[in-house]
Design a protein around this ligand. Structure first.
Ligand SMILES: N[C@@H](CCC(=O)N[C@@H](CS)C(=O)NCC(=O)O)C(=O)O
Length: 217
């Protein structure tokens, strides 16, 4: 969605997460943390976190800005984004990792084996539900976007959090009418459709912009 908002046309190569390709020796030479996305720059630099990839692309392709124009706007977006990541996406992603049979011994991303813990699954399910009822999920302000007039990375991750929760059969509270209409607005953006058309979310992809490549989920 970030790439589509920037208008970047990046070809992709899939990494089979379900098949464990990200844990194999060949992928470990690309990213020893065994996660996607990864962006490879023209000079061979490998960026192995969404935060680094977004920051790099924002600096090299500033229009449209997705991480803020002014100091205050940038800080406000970073603040909201941090809450969405740490309270929303973290809980919504960790819950199934500690509960789903196919995530057995994969309770955390990365090369190490971590057994599932039922109590953590229950805790994170409750955190996920609390997040969806919180102002940070899709804030109830009159602004068109989460951090004001401009669409930002905070909106991208809010949309991802709600979509992910929906897949887990968690919904926004029925009385969150403004949040629901904001969600519809975000979900109807062309970049959201472009993102959903990327195919099986269990697959990841190698992208190529010029000679840049990126692996993503
Ligand atoms: N630190 C990375 C983590 C991203 C992440 O959690 N990626 C997931 C797919 S969406 C992954 O690579 N999972 C590997 C696994 O399940 O072992 C980032 O923020 O970019």
């Amino acid at each position: 969605m970030f790439l589509a908002e920037k208008g970047l046309d990046i070809a992709r190569v899939e990494v089979d997460l379900r098949g464990g390709e990200h844990l194999a020796a060949a992928f470990r030479t690309i990213n020893p943390y065994c996660t996607v996305p990864v962006l490879e720059l023209d000079d061979g630099t490998l960026l192995c976190s969404t935060a680094a990839i977004w920051r790099y692309l924002e600096e090299t392709h500033p229009e449209p800005p997705l991480m803020g124009r002014t100091a205050v706007e940038t800080a406000r977006i970073a603040d909201t984004h941090w809450h969405i990541k740490s309270e929303g996406i973290s809980a919504i992603a960790k819950w199934p990792r500690n509960a789903a049979p196919r995530m057995r011994d994969r309770a955390l991303c990365g090369p190490s084996v971590y057994a599932q813990t039922a109590q953590l699954a229950e805790r994170d399910r409750r955190r996920a539900e609390a997040f969806l009822k919180s102002p940070e999920s899709l804030a109830e302000s009159a602004d068109p976007f989460l951090c004001g007039e401009c669409f930002s990375v905070a909106d991208i991750d809010a949309l991802i959090a709600v979509d992910f929760a929906h897949q887990l059969h968690l919904e926004l509270p029925a009385d969150a009418m403004r949040a629901c209409s904001r969600y519809e607005l975000l979900a109807s953006r062309p970049s959201a459709s472009a993102c959903r058309e990327n195919g099986d979310p269990s697959q990841s992809e190698l992208a190529d912009a010029g000679s840049q490549r990126s692996w993503r989920g």
